[in-house]
Design a protein around this ligand. Structure first.
Ligand code: SAM
Ligand code: DTB
Ligand code: SF4
Length: 338
C-alpha cells in the first residue's frame, strides 16, 4: 500500500508492463479499490458521473462474425434487421434525449465499415445533433484515414471502436477483422484529431491473463483513449459467446479498478450489463473509478435500466450528472445533464 502517495498524481503512462497490471489484479480487493479510488479522486470529482445515450441508427444484418453480437448475420439471434435511419428520425430521438438532459448522443451502425454514400447521411446526423448543442459519438466499424477526416470535418467529437479482448483471445471471438485492423482504425481516428472511445468486453470466457492483456493493449496505446467503455457481456441467445460461464461481479469491479489506475485521466464507462447488476454492484463500480454510464432504456439492441431507475440510483449514492466542461472534452456549455 506504500505506492499510493507517489502514484495518485502521476501523469498517465503508456509503458505499463503485463506483470505490473497482473500485480494490480492480484491485490486484495480492499487494497485495489482504495488505490483506484485514490487515483480517481486525484483527477475527477468522485461524485459526478457522465451520461450518454445510445441509438442504433442501422441495426442487424452485419457481415462480421463477432461472437458476442446480436447483430451479426451469421448468428441466429432472431433480431430484425433495419436500414439506415432517416436523418430527421435520428434528430427527433436526439432532441428528446437532449430535452431529458442527456449531453452526449452516440449513434451505432452494424457495419464492417461505412460506405461513402452512407457516410454522407451519418455526417448529416452528426451536424444535426451538434446543432442541438450535444456532444456526438459514432461507432460505424472500420475507418480509413479519409473517412475519419470526413467525420471530423462534420464536427464529430468521439469515435467508438473497441479492442474487445486481449490480442491472444481475440481470434476466438472475431475472425472477419484482425486486432491490427482495429488498431489501424484507432490510429486513423487519432490522426484526424478526434477523441477515442475504446474498451472491451468481460465475461466472454476469457482467462484472467486475457483481462490483463486487454488492459495492457489499451494502456499502452501512445495516447490513452479519452473514454474507456468496460462492457459486461450481455448474453445473447444464438451467439457463441453466450455459452460462457457467467461473470463474477467482483472480477468485473476489479477490471474497472485496474482500468482506472492504469488510465488515470480517462473516463471509464460502466457500459453494457447494468441491467443485470444490482445497485450495490454498480456502487462498487463507481467506487472503483467508473465515472460514465449509458442512460436510457436501450443500449443498441438490448435493454438498459430505465431513466427513473438510474435517477433513483444517483440519488441513493449522492451522484450528480457531470457537467459538460468537467468531462474529457467537447463543447463547454456549462450545463449539467443526464
Ligand atoms: N459495428 C461496429 C463495430 O463493431 O465496430 C459498431 C457497433 S458494435 C455493436 C460496438 C461494440 O459494442 C462492440 O465492439 C462490443 O464491444 C460492444 N458489444 C456488442 N455486443 C455486445 C454484447 N452482447 N455485450 C457487451 N458488449 C457488446
Ligand atoms: C460500447 O462499448 N458499448 C456500447 C457502445 N460501445 C456502442 C454498445 C453495447 C451493446 C450491448 C449489446 C446491444 O445492445 O446490442
Ligand atoms: Fe457487426 Fe459490430 Fe456486431 Fe461485430 S460488433 S457483428 S461489426 S455490429
Amino acid at each position: 500500500m506504500n505506492a499510493i502517495p507517489q502514484e495518485i498524481h502521476a501523469a498517465p503512462r503508456s509503458d505499463w508492463t503485463r506483470a505490473e497490471i497482473a500485480d494490480l489484479f492480484a491485490l486484495p480487493f480492499a487494497d485495489l479499490i482504495v488505490r483506484a479510488q485514490s487515483v480517481h479522486r486525484a483527477h475527477f470529482d468522485p461524485n459526478q458521473v457522465q451520461v450518454s445515450q445510445l441509438l442504433s441508427v442501422k441495426t442487424g444484418g452485419c457481415p462480421e462474425d463477432c461472437g458476442y453480437c446480436s447483430q451479426s448475420a451469421r448468428h441466429d439471434t432472431g433480431l430484425k434487421a433495419s436500414k439506415l435511419m432517416e436523418v430527421e428520425a435520428v434528430l427527433a430521438e436526439a432532441r428528446a434525449a437532449r430535452d431529458s438532459g442527456v449531453s452526449r448522443f452516440c449513434m451505432g451502425a452494424a457495419w464492417r465499415g461505412p460506405k461513402d454514400k452512407d457516410l454522407d447521411t451519418v455526417c448529416a446526423m452528426i451536424e444535426g445533433v451538434k446543432a442541438l448543442g450535444m456532444e456526438t459519438c459514432v461507432t460505424l466499424g472500420m475507418l480509413t484515414g479519409p473517412q475519419a477526416q470526413r467525420l471530423k470535418d462534420a464536427g464529430l467529437d468521439y469515435y467508438n471502436h473497441n479492442l474487445d479482448t486481449s490480442p491472444e483471445y481475440y481470434p476466438q471471438i472475431v475472425s472477419t477483422r484482425t486486432y491490427q485492423d482495429r488498431l489501424d482504425t484507432l490510429e486513423a481516428v487519432r490522426t484526424a484529431g478526434m477523441n477515442v472511445c475504446c474498451g472491451g468486453i468481460v465475461g466472454m470466457g476469457e482467462s484472467a491473463g486475457d483481462r490483463v492483456g486487454l488492459i495492457h493493449a489499451l494502456a499502452t496505446l501512445p495516447v490513452h483513449p479519452e473514454s474507456v467503455p468496460i462492457n459486461a457481456l450481455v448474453q445473447i441467445e444464438g451467439t457463441p459467446a453466450s455459452n460462457a460461464a457467467p461473470l463474477d461481479t467482483l472480477d468485473f469491479v476489479r477490471m474497472i479498478a485496474v482500468a482506472r489506475i492504469t488510465m488515470p485521466k480517462s473516463m471509464v464507462r460502466l457500459s453494457a450489463g447494468r441491467e443485470e447488476m444490482s445497485d450495490e454492484a454498480q456502487a462498487l463500480c463507481f467506487l472503483a473509478g467508473a465515472n460514465s454510464i449509458f442512460y436510457g432504456p436501450k443500449l443498441l439492441t438490448t435493454p438498459n435500466p430505465l431513466a427513473d431507475t438510474d435517477k433513483a440510483l444517483f440519488t441513493r449514492l449522492g451522484i450528480a450528472p457531470m457537467p459538460l466542461e468537467s468531462g474529457d472534452s467537447g463543447p463547454k456549455s456549462g450545463e449539467a445533464g443526464y
